[in-house]
Design a protein around this ligand. Structure first.
Ligand code: ADE
Length: 231
């Protein structure tokens, strides 16, 4: 079984239209939809925005469905000139840009419990995501570090901080939390996002305009991934 998590309904609802034999179950605050996509078992959920909601959803999914892998999909702000609107970014690593215990001597982003800053995505999952994106995604496909934090990044100061500190190519608000949850549980995971904005002063306008198109672009790749991925 493949688990798919999006933060918002718009990031998951198109995927549900491809599913057959759907079975819904709400656990805690999260509604899970299990079913078949192209004959393969998947479970999809909308986790809500932010790292806490994302972690709750990922851990619940792992305990209730024991997925072989989990994919986090949706939209992201671009931190790189290489990634334009509706292009696809795939994480090779993820970082929590708002994790900061530097006053105690740790480097920015250090996750004390794991002893790492960058959480590596599963290489096989990332490579199948890339294959699927190269076939299905409308724009360019770029692999690199994705930075997550409990902030919608919409200023050049914040953007510059994340780029200069972590060298990330895109920012969003859930991927690295799902990464930490899966990494801790030993569940292979990947993060694929389509760019909705440039994480700068006009990000809110671009986001409002391109959210549906970018979410749909990401969904098409996820459908391709499900068809291709085998353990
Ligand atoms: N998701 C899409 N765009 C974003 C941004 N600029 N900051 C955080 N999350 C996002």
């Amino acid at each position: 079984m493949i688990g798919i998590i999006g933060a918002m309904k718009v990031e998951i609802e198109e995927l549900e239209t491809y599913m057959e034999q759907k079975e819904e179950k709400t656990i805690g605050s999260v509604r899970f939809v299990k079913g078949l996509l192209d004959g393969r078992e998947i479970v999809a959920a909308v986790c809500g925005i932010g790292k806490v909601a994302a972690s709750i959803c990922a851990q619940t999914m792992i305990m209730a469905y024991a997925p072989d892998c989990i994919i986090n999909t949706g939209v992201a702000g671009s931190l790189s000139e290489k990634a334009g609107i509706c292009d696809t970014v795939i994480a090779d690593t993820l970082v929590q840009h708002d994790m900061d215990i530097t006053p105690l001597g740790d480097p920015p982003g250090m996750i004390e419990g794991l002893g790492i800053v960058d959480i590596p995505a599963d290489e096989k999952v990332a490579s199948v995501l890339k294959e699927a994106a190269l076939q299905a995604a409308p724009g360019k496909v770029i692999t690199g570090k994705i930075a997550s934090g409990d902030q919608f990044v919409a200023s050049s100061e914040k953007k510059d901080f994340i780029v200069n500190t972590f060298n990330a190519i895109a920012c969003e608000m859930e991927g690295a939390a799902i990464a930490q949850t899966c990494y801790s549980a030993g569940v292979p995971f990947g993060v694929l996002r389509a760019i909705s904005d440039n994480a700068d002063g006009s990000a809110h306008l671009s986001y409002a305009e391109f959210l549906p198109e970018a979410a749909s672009a990401a969904c098409k790749t996820i459908v391709g991934f499900v068809k291709k991925y085998s353990k």
